[in-house]
Design a protein around this ligand. Structure first.
Ligand code: LRH
Length: 495
């Protein structure tokens, strides 16, 4: 019998999940009770998340878990970073939240740098420059009556938590993705907010992961059949922070790749590493659980393939991820390479066409069939992981003896093998459900079942999760050659 149970709500850019964690004997056993697609909606004013549908599906998931009759001790919500809702003085959502891939942030980096030099923004926040950051989204709303009416800004997990409990809080790991926090103090960077002319009063108190947010609202308990008073815990509510919690590392000499829509590649540090090298390589210092820093880089990730798949499906050619992986496996290696992080790949749209254009512009012969495109994407990702790992090691002085790959991308066994081959490091892949597991583990910690992060990771290793090891294969010389080609392509694309 389970000692106790927790419920994780894990919202990703492609789908949301509600996962029950039965905790007993220091092990967490997971059961997915609900999964639903997360489909953005394009309106004339831009690309939005369907946040009402999301909260409805979250409630459906809670209802399913409650109907199982399991004794649930607490519930936690995590989601992708940077996006937010604004509440007015009555606590009503002012407008539908935007999707971070909406192009309204174009030109906003320049606006920010006019108000505070780029170096100073990095020196303060330690956060990588990406147009998706909350900072640029808010600058794009400058002068909007929506922003004028705003009383409170809540990142997506905090917004869902607010709708479940009526309580408002800004959880630390999520807040750290905004590029509006002071990386050293962990609070909002008040001076930066002022210089950016952002309304300081909408940024509420930041709470650490593990804080009790409040009990489920009676109306929500009634709607879902959940136990009245069920505590909601603010977990490490940035999904990547939760995923890193559940990395089954045995010591500190590891790197991780949280692999999903994005690939977050980096190391864990006891404190931020803010230096010019990190700024030039565009590394971020995001807040982690237990006072750690997630020193990492966003690599464009499986988004490239997801978006190819959507394009092909529109043309009437449906491929499952398994099929694409098979076709990529069969396609010859050593073909054209991309810089996955080229800005042209960020927005939704015709990805195969952009890939072909990128290849032509960097004087490579473009991939044709879907298998060749997928091969090109996967090899490019693996090589960009190597680049990111080498930069992370250089900047932090850490040495990654093993690369832990966690998240949905673990299912892509070809990408895992290519990652081992390209980085020439052993790869340990799993758990695939790291984000939900990390969410659950932080709840177990908050309720006093687990002490430190080390104890949590030991519990992850004891838990019934699958781990697969990959050793580097193929010729080191050939991979070194491919890596040199990637660097050439990165240079060519930057100019
Ligand atoms: C991954 C992720 C990533 C953010 C991006 C917006 O899901 O949270 O860490 O940078 O989405």
């Amino acid at each position: 019998a389970a000692e106790t149970a927790f419920l994780a709500v894990d919202l990703g850019a492609e789908s949301g999940r509600v996962v029950l964690g039965r905790f007993s004997g220091g092990r967490m056993a997971l059961e997915e009770v609900h999964r639903f697609p997360n489909v953005p909606v394009r309106l004339p004013d831009g690309l939005h998340w369907d946040v009402l549908w999301i909260v409805e599906e979250v409630k459906n998931g809670i209802a399913r878990a409650a109907n199982d009759g399991e004794r649930i001790e607490s519930l936690g919500v995590d989601s992708w970073g940077v996006d937010f809702g604004l509440l007015d003085r009555d606590g009503c959502l002012i407008a539908n939240p935007y999707h971070y891939r909406d192009p309204r942030t174009e030109g906003m980096e320049e606006r920010a740098f006019d108000r505070m030099p780029r170096e100073e923004i990095y020196e303060t926040t330690g956060v990588q420059f990406m147009p998706i950051n909350t900072l640029y989204q808010l600058l794009a709303m400058e002068g909007s009556p929506l922003l004028q009416a705003a009383q409170t800004l809540l990142l997506i997990p905090d917004l869902i938590g607010y709708w479940l409990t009526g309580e408002r809080a800004c959880e630390f790991t999520a807040a750290s993705t905004t590029q509006l926090c002071d990386a050293r103090s962990g609070g909002w960077a008040r001076d930066l907010l002022e210089k950016m002319r952002l309304p300081g009063h909408i940024f509420g108190e930041i709470v650490p992961p593990g804080t009790q947010l409040g009990p489920l609202l009676p109306a929500v308990a009634e709607e879902t059949g959940a136990k009245g008073g069920l505590p909601v815990t603010s977990v490490a509510s940035h999904d990547t922070a939760s995923a890193v919690v559940a990395v089954p590392a045995e010591n500190e000499n590891f790197a991780y790749i949280s692999s999903g829509t994005w690939s977050l590649v980096g190391v864990e540090l006891p404190k931020p590493a803010i230096a010019p090298g990190g700024m030039h390589a565009n590394f971020t210092n995001e807040g982690g659980f237990g006072g750690t820093t997630r020193f990492l880089k966003n690599v464009m990730g499986l988004w490239l393939l997801q978006e190819c798949r959507r394009t092909w499906a529109r043309e009437g050619r449906e491929y499952s991820y398994e099929e694409l992986a098979r076709l990529a496996q069969a396609a010859p290696g050593g073909g054209p390479l991309l810089d996955p992080d080229h800005p042209s790949f960020l927005p939704p749209g015709d990805m195969p066409g952009r890939i072909r254009r990128f290849c032509r512009e960097t004087r490579q012969s473009p991939p044709g069939e879907p298998g060749e495109v997928a091969r090109c994407v996967l090899e490019s990702l693996a090589l960009k992981y190597r680049w990111s790992l080498e930069r992370a090691e250089e900047i932090t002085g850490r040495r990654a003896e093993v690369v832990h790959v966690v998240g949905g991308g673990v299912r892509n066994t070809l990408l895992c093998q290519l990652t081992a081959d390209a980085t020439r490091r052993p790869v340990r892949a799993g758990p695939v459900e790291a984000t939900a597991l990390g969410n659950l583990m932080v709840q177990a910690h908050a309720r006093g079942y687990l002490g430190s992060l080390e104890e949590i990771r030991a519990a992850v290793r004891r838990s019934p999760v699958e781990l697969h090891d990959y050793e580097p294969m193929g010729s080191a010389d050939e991979w070194d050659g491919a890596y040199e080609r990637l660097r050439g392509v990165m240079d060519a694309a930057a100019h």
